[in-house]
Design a protein. Sequence first.
Length: 295
Amino acid sequence: MTSALAVFGIGVLAAASFGIADFFGARASKNLGPVTAVFFVQSTGTLAYALWYVLFTDGMPAMAPSGWAYAVGGGVLMGAGMCTLYLAFDIGPVSLASPLSAAYPLVTTVVGVAFFHAELSVAECIAIAVIVVGIMAAAGLFNVDRTERKLSTGPALALLTTALWGFGYPLVGQAIDQSGWQTVTLIQFVTMVPVIGFVLVTRRRRELVTRTLVLETLRNPYVLAAGVLQMLAVLAINVGFGLGQASGTLVVATSAAYPVITMLLALRHFEEHASKIALAGAGLSIAGVLALHAL
């Protein structure tokens, strides 16, 4: 398998995992609350990865202070971004929150090129922009009435997600350059859980976590599936960064096509309908992904 084909395959795996995880996570959050759902989804993924790490690696190697700083900093930003994403979906409108939160590859590209010397051609940057525009169309941004296109709380949180993830991914990528993806991924996951837990504590009056709720959550198949898939998606992205900062940036761009997968699942299982513009946007984003890896 060539390096370019490997990057493409890793990106598709990340997009598919994110898309299906969000579908399951959305179903779980209906009964649990947005941050409660995120907390248990992330905890499930963290436990699954930690088990793999203990069984199949040689343990945690020595890491430079800068590696720790990048890994923990990226984990904090990613954990905060997970909270703002689910809160944006909860507050709505989802038709704006979904496409706005999926624009993070643009930030990742700028940060990677400007600060971490990722080398991308002009054509690759254009392809990334095409992917983001296609995602916005697929998610319904261009079908929203102009009166709804205002920066209310939901869209503002979605934009905050874009910024948090856009800066978080390059930090994690830099840590992986120094210390490898296996250990950095563990640090990232372990860091994300208390960050989400802190946000959950601040919302304890709105999302009260009881013993009964915890037991119900541990038996919820949607939470378990979303947690494992979320873990696989982040793992795929980190493996991409293990191939280099530019490769990681391309994997992140490909992974941003996940709203298209979520939309297709919703059309099939929630009996929703998509406009021609949304379907065209889905096709455009897929074309952008193919062009990105053909350039």
